[in-house]
Design a protein around this ligand. Sequence first.
Ligand code: SF4
Length: 72
Amino acid sequence: MIADVKKPDKWVFWTSGYCSVGCGLYIGVKDGKAVYTKGNPKHDVNMGILCPKGLSLCKSFSTVQTHSKATW
Ligand code: SF4
């Protein structure tokens, strides 16, 4: 369950680039900012499971967005 303040407006398909596994995931976007990360259960590589680095990917985007004009 996702808290209302973090409930995304849309989900963007993404691939984790932290290591060579390349897990599939979705980034939850709210008001143009990355607010949530969840694994893609239909992805052949990770079948919805993410390691802690992948699960925290939206935090990395948030940091980048704080220091740039990047939007989704
Ligand atoms: S989620 Fe973890 S295991 Fe998957 S690609 Fe990213 S770093 Fe590698």
